[in-house]
Structure formats: structure tokens, C-alpha cells
Design a protein around this ligand. Sequence first.
Ligand SMILES: NC(=O)c1ccc[n+]([C@@H]2O[C@H](COP(=O)([O-])OP(=O)(O)OC[C@H]3O[C@@H](n4cnc5c(N)ncnc54)[C@H](OP(=O)(O)O)[C@@H]3O)[C@@H](O)[C@H]2O)c1
Length: 240
Amino acid sequence: MPSLSRHAIIIGNSDGIGLHSTRRLLDRGWKITGVSRRASPVVHASYQHHVLDVSDCAYVEKLHAILGQESVDTCIYCAGIGGPLDPKDLRGDVHVFEVNLMGALRTAEVIVPAMVAAGRGHLVVLSSQADVLVVASAPSYAASKAAMSSYFEGLGLALRPHGVAISNLRLGFVDTKMARARVRPFMYTLDQAVDVVEKVLCKRPLRMTRPLSIAPFVRLLAWISRWRVLLARGPACPRA
Ligand SMILES: NC(=O)c1ccc[n+]([C@@H]2O[C@H](COP(=O)([O-])OP(=O)(O)OC[C@H]3O[C@@H](n4cnc5c(N)ncnc54)[C@H](OP(=O)(O)O)[C@@H]3O)[C@@H](O)[C@H]2O)c1
């Protein structure tokens, strides 16, 4: 683990990968600041929690206030949601983009300029191998992750000369409440997922995809979904 990066802010850490990463890094001696809508179950001398919604219009201002009191050199953005499409009400899809994409962008808006000014820092975003898919039953999740991967990998290239690292972690299935598909091949345990988070913190790659065993399966699904799009015909025009 790099010795400079000992204070991390983890956004979306009341549950799942964020919570498990929080516990692991505290065990490793890191100081952690957590952010989520719900209170945290973590009680630790080196831990403090802020109850905050990344889709709240005051999020940027509140995050500035948190970071005004303490300097962090690592940020892990774990907040994420997904859900099935309701064609009669697209508000759920808008919210998925607000949390998965805009929440990450607003976090970067606050964190990145401070890291650039300091000439160091590491922002890790949790995307997904689903970022290459077009999914009719839940289009917002894959699309928000596609935008997230593309934006943060571009930002990472731009920030290299400034000494700031961005890592886009593209996971497959991980055993949390988010993994709701009926079939979940090569699903990681939370321990395996956090092993990868630690590897990302140590090696600081621009992109890490895990597990690699599911990648060919995802590429096949992506290929099938592209062909479905190319071959799709719209419904017949209504008669005048
Ligand atoms: N599990 C998988 O199979 C899998 C696979 C690939 C990628 N990922 C990605 O990994 C990340 C973490 O997923 P997970 O499986 O750990 O999910 P999870 O168990 O559902 O945890 C999601 C976390 O995000 C927080 N969150 C949700 N909405 C929020 C909001 N508006 N403001 C602040 N925090 C919010 C939740 O806390 P509160 O509800 O308390 O706010 C929770 O702590 C997500 O970005 C997900 O897309 C997961």
C-alpha cells in the first residue's frame, strides 16, 4: 500500500463493497471518512461518517464543507443503484443516472481540483463490465456505467501529467444486494472484490477489469446486443 495514501473518503459505504472496503482499510490502518444516505454500522476511532445523498442538490456544497475540515488523498466512489425499466415512468432511470454518473461527476468536481493543486491523489470509481451492454430490461444501469467508464478514463488520461491517478474498476457480479440477476456466473465474494479494490489502490491502473473469466461472456452479450440494435425495426407507423 502506498504510504502517502492513508486517508480515504469512501462515497456509498453503508453497505456492500463500500462497507467491506471501509472495514478492510481500517484494519490496514487507514483513516476513513464515509458518506451514504444511511448511517454506518462501523464504529472505529479512525472512522467518521456523514449522512448525505449524492443526488441531493446541496451535495457539492456539503462535500466541500466535509473536505474543508480534512484533507484526503484517496477517494473511492462506490455509490450505485440499478433497477428495471418502467416504460410508464422514467423517473427511476433519471435517478440511476443521478447517482451512478452525476454523483461521481459531482464528487470529482470537488475532489479533483484539490488533488491537482496538491499534485497528488487517487480517485477510484466503481463501474461495471456491463458498461459495454445495451440492456432492454434495465437500460439505465449499463448506460450510466458506459458514460462513467468513458468519462473517467478520459479524465484519467488528462490528469496523469498533474500527478493525479484515476482508476476505473470494472467488476462483474459481486455478492451484494445489487447482484439481482437470476444467473450470476463467476460471482465474487465481498472479500474477493475488496482484494481487487486494494490492488487498485496499490497499482493505480487507469482501468482494471475483474474477474477476467467473465469478460468473454460479457463480450458475447455485447455483440448480441449490438446486433439486436442494428437489426431492430420500430413498431409500424400509426395509420393517419
Ligand atoms: N454487486 C455487483 O454485482 C456489482 C457489479 C459491478 C459493479 N458494481 C458497482 O459497485 C458499486 C457498489 O455496489 P454494491 O454491490 O456494493 O451495492 P450496494 O450493496 O447496494 O451498496 C451501494 C451503496 O451505495 C450507497 N448509495 C446508494 N444511493 C446513494 C445515494 N443517493 N447517496 C449516497 N450513497 C448512496 C448505498 O448506501 P445508502 O443506501 O445508505 O445511501 C450503499 O452503501 C456500485 O456502483 C455498483 O454499480 C456492483
